[in-house]
Design a protein around this ligand. Structure first.
Ligand code: COA
Length: 172
């Protein structure tokens, strides 16, 4: 069954299996190893725990594994606020949510469910609408956003690319 789960030590072997898959497919900024500089899985757990109340980047966030039973399909991160120049509507529009699937889980229509589950968690955190953005060339991402009720706001330039920016109401 598809669900979100807060990372804990019981996920360690599954997580490491996912990391080895990633090394075989690609090393991009979406790889967990690129997102979190950790030495051990235990370090990674400390980072995600600290991010909830004491995020070093200034805005607290909660990361959940997106899972199919015991298999980690990867993760969705919910930033508790967008009160930061990199995240705000007036700034870089990074928004409240980041999400990603491991390479072997892509192209199967799973992203919509992941984002829907993330929206429920955002609602539980008291966020009534989330700001979320995707590059225009990341068609799978902005289509996922639109299929989850994303209301288009604007497109802004971003380092030679275009970033599409949306609001999504969480009480859906
Ligand atoms: C973004 C991501 C989670 C999407 O997951 P995915 O499994 O690739 O997407 P899906 O296969 O579910 O496709 C989503 C939709 O986009 C459509 N789509 C995907 N690629 C497409 C393309 N090249 N042209 C047209 N439509 C496309 C799919 O048909 C689907 O539409 P539907 O819901 O109407 O059927 C995944 O690609 C990923 O992890 N990417 C790396 C991380 C990332 O970019 N995260 C987002 C940051 S904004």
């Amino acid at each position: 069954m598809l669900h979100l789960s807060f990372p804990n030590i019981s996920h360690k072997s599954e997580y490491l299996a996912m990391i080895s898959e990633w090394q075989a497919f690609e090393v991009t900024p979406t790889s967990p190893r690129k997102l979190f500089s950790w030495e051990t899985y235990e370090d990674f757990l400390e980072i995600v725990k600290k991010d909830i109340t004491d995020n070093p980047h200034g805005v607290n966030s909660t990361l959940f594994f997106f899972m199919d039973d015991d298999t980690i399909l990867w993760a969705i991160q919910i930033r508790h606020s967008i009160d930061h120049p990199n995240l705000s509507l007036e700034g870089w529009c990074g928004g409240n949510i980041w999400y990603g699937l491991r390479p072997s889980a892509r192209g199967k229509g799973l992203s919509k469910k992941m984002l829907q589950l993330g929206l429920i968690e955002a609602w539980k955190l008291g966020i009534q609408k989330v700001l979320i953005s995707a590059h225009e060339d990341n068609i799978a991402s902005w289509k996922t956003i639109e299929s989850c009720g994303g209301e288009y706001i604007k497109t802004i330039p971003d380092e030679g690319k275009s970033l599409k920016v949306y609001w999504i109401l969480t009480d859906i």
